[in-house]
Design a binder for this molecule. Structure first.
Ligand code: PLP
Length: 380
């Protein structure tokens, strides 16, 4: 059996935390009730577990439990927020950015087919939108602004407080895909004037297939699925009780660890970047921006991207985004930041996580430096 590669792809997904798993297990077997069964204790137990989880999720984002709608993940939450806010014949303009996750970009593309007008804001070299361009894009037809809190490929944080101020002033709904931010950087949606936000448990040591939409101010969101009226009628379908329990626990665990983890991972990440920069002709994408502490996105000149990935078999990292199904395209995020196709291909997203050790990072640096040096030699 070959040795497992070193996992440095925590932005793609994370392992389920042991405490989270333990909390979930009874809800598969002995406590298997349907939370909608109001006639007996099996149902009550499930409902109570969901209530507790809703409180934990709400607490971790500075929201009220009544503002949390559980979904199957961030993609569904994003679809609900965007489709649910758009009504044909009413305000039809949506402003988003070029570096959003595909879950937002593909949804916007579909909305365009249904008559919406979408403005895609550009970003600077560091991946940040231009607030003046945002202001100038707003018209009396603008329904909603959709800007992600933290980028999944670069970790770059958008200035959500300022964006929130602008939207509040102009009385426009602000939605944020905060999937990569939850549990990784302090979040307070109300303070930031964010009206809706999407989250996913599997990006923060919870299970796959569960997430949430936070709904603060948007009061007339239209459901996109019908049948039973679960989750205040906004997300019909039997609730994923074990998943929701796991999501709540994952939020609780993350809240306890967040400060130490930010400190620990930023040290490892900074060291990793410093070591890779010594290769020369190497750049850190988003280096000058506020960033998540555990993500490094690094480009290597004079290297062929596909050869680099092949050389890095001992590492589980990603080239651009992992979310574009199986087709490897140059990252739309890096291209928006001004990189050409060739350099975008020769870029690695390295995302560290809770199980990452100093030893692993040292090993990774060794493997990457060795591979880049060798590939550059072959090019000469
Ligand atoms: C992973 C991810 C999503 C999609 O989340 P799922 O729960 O897997 O649907 C959306 N946005 C961002 C920024 C992500 O990282």
């Amino acid at each position: 059996m070959s040795k497992q590669p070193i996992y440095l792809d925590y932005n793609a997904t994370t392992p389920v935390d042991e405490q989270v798993l333990e909390e979930m297990l009874p809800y598969f077997t002995s406590k298997f009730g349907n939370a909608s069964s109001v006639q007996h204790t099996f149902g009550w137990d499930a409902e109570e577990a969901i209530d507790i989880s809703r409180e934990k999720v709400a607490k971790s984002i500075g929201a009220k439990p009544s503002e949390i709608i559980f979904t199957s993940g961030a993609t569904e939450a994003i679809n609900l927020a965007l489709f649910g806010s758009y009504n044909e014949g009413e305000k039809n303009h949506i402003i988003t950015s070029k570096t959003e996750h595909k879950a937002v970009l593909d949804t916007c593309e579909e909305l365009e087919k249904r008559g919406a007008k979408i403005t895609y804001l550009k970003v600077d070299r560091n991946g940040i939108i231009d607030l003046n361009e945002l202001k100038a894009s707003i018209s009396d037809q603008t329904l909603l602004v959709s800007i992600m809190s933290a980028n999944n490929e670069t970790g770059v944080l958008q200035p959500m407080d300022e964006i929130g101020e602008i939207c509040k002033e102009r009385n426009i709904l602000l939605f944020s895909d905060a999937t990569q931010a939850l549990g990784k950087t302090p979040l307070n949606l109300e303070e930031a004037n964010i009206d809706m936000a999407a989250f996913s448990a599997h990006k923060m040591y919870g299970p796959k297939g569960v997430g949430a939409l936070y709904i603060g101010k948007q009061s007339n969101l239209q459901p996109q699925a019908f049948g039973g009226g679960h989750e205040k009628g906004l997300r019909s379908g039997t609730q994923n009780v074990p998943g929701i329990v796991g999501f709540g626990k994952a939020c609780e665990v993350a809240n306890n660890l967040i400060e130490n983890e930010i400190e620990r991972l930023s040290q490892l990440r900074d060291w990793l970047e410093k070591e890779l920069l010594q290769l020369g002709s190497t750049t850190i994408n988003g280096e000058k921006a506020n960033r998540l502490s555990h993500v490094a996105n690094v480009s290597f000149e004079n290297v062929e991207g596909n050869k680099l990935m092949r050389a890095l078999k001992g590492l589980a990292v990603s080239q651009g985004s992992a979310c574009n199904s199986s087709v490897i395209e140059p990252s739309h995020v890096l291209k928006a930041m001004g990189l050409n196709d060739r350099l975008a291909y020769a870029s690695l997203r390295i995302s560290l996580g809770r199980q990452t050790t100093e030893e692993e990072v040292r090993k990774a640096v060794q493997i990457i430096r060795g591979s880049v040096e060798q590939l550059r030699m072959q090019l000469q």
